[in-house]
Design a protein around this ligand. Structure first.
Ligand SMILES: [Zn+2]
Length: 280
């Protein structure tokens, strides 16, 4: 009789122990290392999943400062949302992700009479780029540099004619290395620009060096860096920059090794999930 009471007591003790452990386990699973920053509410597990496709060194770098990363990411998503119906600030615009033939930004502004150095008249850029572009050119000018804008927005049909023109001279294979087929040009976005001579020499000029070093501070990013032709599909273009907003450029520089295609691909792959976790 006494033995069975002892058994009953120890049974109760085990039961209490089991319930306590269950409570601890449930509370752990519930929070699952939930971390909130900016206004993205995401668990550690969900966050790690977004980093799956990235190269190891890039992923490790992001994990070292998750809070800053998430906070910048949240800003980027807000800016994209605020971009209204255009919503193409971070569209890949490459040979796999084509823009429609009728895509034309509705907020294009002429570059003429804005105090820029231009190599031709009639160029346009999206309004959303203008303030930061002016700031960059003006700061460069204060540093004694003369940055010339050589190409800006190009329509689908303009790109089509240009591409066919190049094919006539260089053939299809060679043309594809330096010119975009219609719909695949970042210039159609109205947020990309070519500076200076549009030749490789540009990188050795003071202007080319300054832009390479400083453009990120104004939201600009080098689209086709040296040594990445197999992924970007284009040879090194030291003159071609795309506007990706200031937080976007900081995110790309500090966490994606300055590689625009990695940053844009990350956003494209994870945008929907991240937006569903965004609290405002
Ligand atoms: Zn270009």
């Amino acid at each position: 009789m006494k033995k069975s009471i002892r058994n009953l007591y120890s049974g109760i003790n085990y039961f209490i122990l089991f319930i306590s452990m269950l409570v601890v386990f449930i509370s752990c699973v519930k929070s699952e290392n939930l971390f909130i920053d900016g206004d993205i509410k995401i668990t550690e597990k969900e966050f790690l999943l977004t980093l799956d496709k990235l190269p190891d060194d890039i992923r490790d770098n992001i994990l070292k400062d998750k809070k800053t990363f998430i906070s910048l990411l949240s800003e980027v998503l807000s800016l994209e949302k605020a971009d209204g119906k255009e919503n193409q600030l971070f569209f890949p615009a490459d040979k796999k992700n084509l823009l429609n033939a009728d895509f034309e930004p509705s907020d294009l502004l002429p570059l003429d009479n804005e105090g820029f150095l231009l190599n031709k008249e009639g160029m346009k850029i999206r309004k959303t780029v203008m303030t930061d572009l002016k700031e960059m050119i003006s700061d460069a000018s204060e540093a004694g540099l003369k940055i010339v804008i050589s190409s800006a927005y190009r329509s689908y049909s303009y790109q089509k004619n240009l591409y066919n023109y190049y094919i006539g001279i260089y053939g299809e294979e060679e043309t594809a290395r330096f010119s975009a087929p219609p719909g695949a040009s970042q210039h159609q976005l109205g947020t990309s620009m070519d500076f200076g001579s549009i030749t490789k020499d540009f990188m050795d000029t003071d202007e080319g060096k300054w832009i390479k070093e400083n453009s990120w501070k104004y939201g600009f990013s080098l689209s086709y860096p040296e040594g990445h032709e197999n992924i970007t599909g284009y040879e090194f273009e030291p003159w071609h920059y795309r506007y990706i907003t200031k937080p976007g450029a900081a995110l790309e520089r500090d966490f994606f090794g300055g590689l625009q295609y990695l940053f844009i691909e990350y956003l494209t792959d994870n945008r929907e999930m991240l937006l569903s976790k965004k609290t405002n």
